[in-house]
Design a protein. Sequence first.
Length: 559
Amino acid sequence: MSVAPETKWKELDKKIAVTGQISVDDIAGIAAAGYKSIICNRPDGEGGESQPASAALESAAKAAGLQFAYMPVEIGQVSDDKCSAFHQLMQTLPGPVLAFCGSGNRAQALYTHDTGAAASAGTGTQEKGENSAEVYCEPVDKREAETVAACNWDNMFDVVVVGGGSGGLGVTASLLRRRSSLRIAVIEPSEKHYYQPAWTLVGGGAYAIDQTARNTADVIPPGAEWIKAAASGFSPEKNLVHLADGRSIGYRQLVVCPGIRLAWEKIEGAHETLGKNGVTSNYLFDLAPYTWSLVQQLKSGKALFTQPPMPIKCAGAPQKAMYLSCDYWQRQGVLDKIEVEFDLAGAVLFGVPEFVPPLMKYVDKYHASLVFNSDLVKVNGPEKVATFEVKNEAGEVTRVDKSFDMLHITPPQVAPDFLRNSALANAAGFCEVDPKTLQSTCFSNVFSLGDACSAPNSKTAAAVRKQVVIVAENLLAAKEGREMRAVYDGYGACPLTVENGKVVLAEFGYGGKLLPTFPLSPVIPRKLYWWMKVNLFPWVYWDCLLKGREWLAGSTESK
């Protein structure tokens, strides 16, 4: 049986798929996809007037030659008796079966919570089609007992959060504000927590580096347990996170947010010359001050700024470094003696077209050269030569050596290896999630946010601030058997520091849709946004995001 790619049906195994509310108009497509029966698990009237009555759906189903069964289950009432009744129904109906409720969660729980389902579905692993997923179908009680037996850290936690960055601490604080009784563990090896969005400002001489770091122990939300260790892998079918020191941590629900890894090894010679020979990067805490030192020292010569292939965190940061450097050189009267070049692996200056014209005005103002489809692959620090792979219009790639006096590198970035090599990852190595709910498409008790998740949004701290609310609300809804109503619209923000004192505040969502917070034209550089970048946003980060105060971060609810 094949399922049409545009559907949202989630195939659990060859016998059954689940989905959210269907309409009468969906019946023909369900029959065409090969389903033989439909089970309605949503009580009539639960969704108000917008919900079609089961009688209307049954009539349409019978007209299409399908069997229809009405077995309503109220939210939070997935009991053993209901599960048993569901499986008896499965034995009498011709298959394959499509079961639905408001979101699909109750229908899935009715099928996967019973021992019979585990016996018939095995591990739930199936051939992966475009709309299929891996679903672990072992009974919850049995699985929890095995998890407790396998883990060695005080049995198991209600929630385990992998990663103590902005996403991990933000979602932990948010969950504990909503349910203070939750037992939450945060797995994070680093003793320092960094406010990375300010590192570009440090590189431009507008922020103090020591203001961007705090002790992790001081920012762990009260009530959470900090496990100071590195994660090394997952066994989601057993509800376990494995640590590099050999321990295993059990969970009922998991939040995956370990961030993204800077892949310096992809640039030959880069690691050896960072911090010397005029080679720097604002992507490292130790090097952002070196960037500012180089900018101050350079009076003439050539300055190269690079941007690797996507994805990277804060896609605007590479050009921000260039703008602030050029602004300083212009104010010092030396810009005319410096050749500035921005080498981008991509074909556009910025991914949202509306912001390209105002940015190009600054590119022209600073007399910077843009070189597209140019990817840094090698650095010879002592000789001060950078090697790029440049692709022409025919797709042919040649290597070009360029001399430099200052080189600002934005490193290639990849998902952490322990995530990339796990059952949670997609082909690119990121945790595969539904882009709206941020729930794993493979395991219903797993959620992800931040730079490590697969949602196609811009990887920024502003995105995390919105995602925290989505994950907190949907995780608790899943835990309590309610529908997941919080929807993420892809919001992200990039305060583009085009000069010292002015910022273009780019706010956008999925598909590049503009999502401005303020009733001002978003394409005009403003002093107000500079003040917000330097003063307001750090306060929002430390005192709101990390403490569960969700100012201007509310979620959108599904209709």
